[in-house]
Design a protein around this ligand. Structure first.
Ligand SMILES: *Cc1c(COP(=O)(O)O)cnc(C)c1O
Length: 387
């Protein structure tokens, strides 16, 4: 047993979790903050139906996008939902040189009665604000963030698919658009939300993925930007991700940069370990791990169900021993895009092990998606009606 097995439920009481629990005005009260300029070249219903019949992730976009601009002195303004289209940006825009950018990922789900809902939008609003602080970008008001989702989804409601596991993926992002090569926090910042209809991540049930554990690269370092959702973290994970692919693996898993021994997360998903005794463990938030909304919700649901959930330091060595001895029965990754993904194989320098179990992984997947699609009770009022 490691030294850090004290049960804690820190993730139920972080600033993000507390912000997510604050009440929000109903969507009707927020609607209209981003007034609509309709797209004169919107897709015809035949074109849209064709796009919705052949869903991939992140390649098709809806007719509109939400936008706001911040300027030093004047603050946020220019709110609107405008036709989706190419941006016009100076080649001197700071984001192109220094990567001053933050983003979010959140989905809109169509329920059986046709209504459209999203999951804990305040969580993402608070996280975008926290990421913005770390990247020296201005914070958008959290209700304005939610209003941007409401107005965009209402404009493009016909783009929310209704098939099993399908959703409209929403991508809010903000970046330094000021044309200035000096290194300073930008004086002009643009915020957008674009939307992309997304198919079910898995078409034949939950398919286990294989993981390459890199000891060569790290995702984040102490005091760095690991806890912020910023494009740079993804840029730095692309090379290790392609080395993982060279090893025949689907995804890369990173270890901490100090001891180089402890599990942190995948490039874009948190990880959880299920023990034979039913305990679920996940790496604690150390400042280098992105605090996932899915992670937080899963900890809550498992705790509600009477399971012990432990946030602790999980060493790679301990995990491999646990898998070998049978103490560890399942490992899964979680995030908004894929929800829950079983990890079926862990490979790295000197090891290559399989993991067979997936019972708890399936349970948690079905429970969470059941809430998101309105098929299960939502005791924590996580769902927010957009349209
Ligand atoms: C977005 C993200 C996650 C998952 O967060 P969710 O809020 O659950 O979607 C996990 N890790 C990283 C690095 C991320 O960028």
């Amino acid at each position: 047993m490691s030294e850090a097995t004290t049960p804690t439920h820190d993730s139920l009481d972080t600033p993000l979790a507390r912000a997510a629990a604050l009440p929000l005005p109903a969507a009707d009260a927020l609607a209209g903050r981003f007034p609509l300029t309709p797209n004169p070249h919107a897709a015809t219903s035949a074109e849209r139906d064709r796009a919705l019949r052949d869903l991939h992730f992140g390649s098709a976009f809806t007719d509109h996008m939400a936008h706001a601009r911040w300027t030093r002195g004047a603050g946020w303004g220019d709110y609107g939902v405008v036709p989706f289209g190419d941006l016009s940006l100076s080649p001197g825009a700071a984001v192109l040189h220094y990567g001053q950018e933050v983003f979010e990922g959140i989905k809109a789900y169509r329920h059986e009665d046709g209504s459209v809902w999203t999951f804990r939008p305040r969580y993402n609003a608070a996280r975008l604000a926290a990421s913005a602080r770390r990247l020296a970008l201005p914070e958008l008001d959290q209700e304005d963030f939610v209003a941007s989702l409401v107005d965009l989804v209402r404009a493009d409601a016909a783009w929310v698919p209704s098939g099993e596991g399908e959703s409209l993926y929403l991508r809010p992002f903000a970046f330094a658009s000021e044309a200035f090569l000096g290194v300073h926090p930008a004086g002009v910042v643009d915020y957008y939300v674009i939307a992309s209809p997304a198919g079910a991540y898995f078409t034949h049930g939950l398919e286990p993925i294989s993981i390459w554990v890199t000891t060569e690269y790290h995702r984040a370092g102490r005091g760095g930007t690991g806890a912020a959702k910023t494009g740079g973290n993804y840029a730095s994970s692309l090379l290790p991700q392609s080395l993982a692919a060279d090893q025949g693996c689907d995804q890369v898993c990173f270890l901490d940069d100090v001891t180089q021994r402890n599990l942190e997360e995948l490039g874009g998903m948190n990880i959880m370990v299920v023990d034979a005794d039913g305990t679920v463990r996940t790496p604690r938030l150390t400042g280098t791990i992105l605090e996932g909304s899915t992670r937080s919700a899963i900890i809550r649901l498992l705790t509600d169900a009477g399971r012990t959930v432990v946030e602790e330091t999980i060493s790679l060595k301990g995990l491999l021993e646990g898998i070998g001895s049978g103490r560890v029965t399942e490992v899964f990754a979680c995030g908004t895009a894929a929800v829950v993904v079983p990890l079926g194989r862990l490979k790295g320098e000197g090891f290559d092990v399989g993991i067979d179990g997936n019972e708890v992984t399936h349970q948690i997947h079905d429970h969470l998606t059941g809430i998101q699609y309105g098929r299960r009770e939502d005791p924590h009022h996580w769902m927010y009606r957009l349209a």
